[in-house]
Design a protein around this ligand. Structure first.
Ligand SMILES: Cc1cc(=S)c(O)co1
Ligand SMILES: [Zn+2]
Length: 262
């Protein structure tokens, strides 16, 4: 439409249904994970992450988040196991965060929000020819989600937070090579899994979500660096800080959330 979706007063999550009918669909994300209602599934396999041969390309500000993109022309960077029937190829990772630490994550746990959330986006290249084709298929995507929690400085993440000054404005991009995102994962890969959607328009219901129970800890200074980014372009007069770029929890609509752990 004449104005693009975003997180503001006029174009935010409560307005998205006007342009994106999936907004009120039956498998929307994020959700509130009510841990007592989850079902332990002992046949769920461990998550197997193979990122060692990854080729990161660039870091960019797309006006909604900051994203690191990967070369996805072969199966050198994949996630396997869990509930997944196929290997899923890493395409990009990005973040959602708040204007202060009391908010920022998309998923919540028993109503608790975290200061932010990391999303590692993968696609089913075994079944689909491209990311775009997979992005609208019910088993097309797998997103590994990790809560951000303030604490000690995160040394692997530090290379990313130190690069954010290069992508302060919308549509800016910079080279960002040899970044292995497995360094962002906690030691414990216990997870919750459910069938859901992209959390941004077009809200395709194509995502198998894998939400890790353990957060990634980063320092308050590192959190603050995310809040120095802008939604707006450098040429725009009004500079709006990039923060609160999260969609609130959506109705579960009868879905079951499974747990890989007791
Ligand atoms: C593909 C994609 C996935 C998520 S979760 C997002 O926020 C944006 O784009
Ligand atoms: Zn996301």
């Amino acid at each position: 439409g004449h104005h693009c979706w975003g997180y503001g007063e006029e174009n935010g999550p409560s307005d998205w249904y006007k342009d994106y009918s999936l907004a009120n669909g039956d498998r929307q994300s994020p959700i509130d994970i009510q841990s007592e209602q989850t079902v332990y599934n002992s046949s769920l396999k461990p998550i197997w992450v193979s990122y060692d041969a990854c080729t990161s390309l660039s870091i960019c500000n797309n006006g909604h988040s900051v994203m690191v993109e990967y070369e996805d022309c072969d199966d050198k960077t994949v996630i396997r196991g869990g509930p997944l029937e196929f290997p899923y190829r890493l395409k990009q990772f990005h973040f959602h965060w708040g204007g202060k630490d009391s908010r920022g994550s998309e998923h919540t746990v028993n109503g608790k929000s975290y200061p932010g959330e990391l999303h590692l986006v993968h696609w089913n290249a075994a079944k689909y020819k491209s990311f775009d084709e997979a992005a609208s298929a019910p088993d097309g995507l797998a997103v590994l989600g990790v809560f951000l929690e303030t604490g000690e400085k995160h040394s692997v993440l530090h290379r990313l937070t130190d690069a954010l000054y290069m992508v302060r404005f919308k549509e800016t991009k910079a080279q960002f090579k040899d970044f292995n995102p497995s360094g962002l994962l906690p030691d414990c890969l216990d997870y919750w899994t459910y069938r859901g959607s992209l959390t941004t328009p077009p809200l395709h219901e194509s995502v198998t979500w894998l939400m890790l129970k353990e957060p990634l800890y980063l320092s308050e200074k590192q959190m603050e660096k995310f809040r120095t980014l802008f939604f707006s372009g450098e040429e725009e007069g009004l500079r709006t800080r990039m923060m609160d770029n999260f969609r609130p929890p959506q109705p579960l609509k009868g879905r079951t959330v499974e747990a890989s752990f007791r």
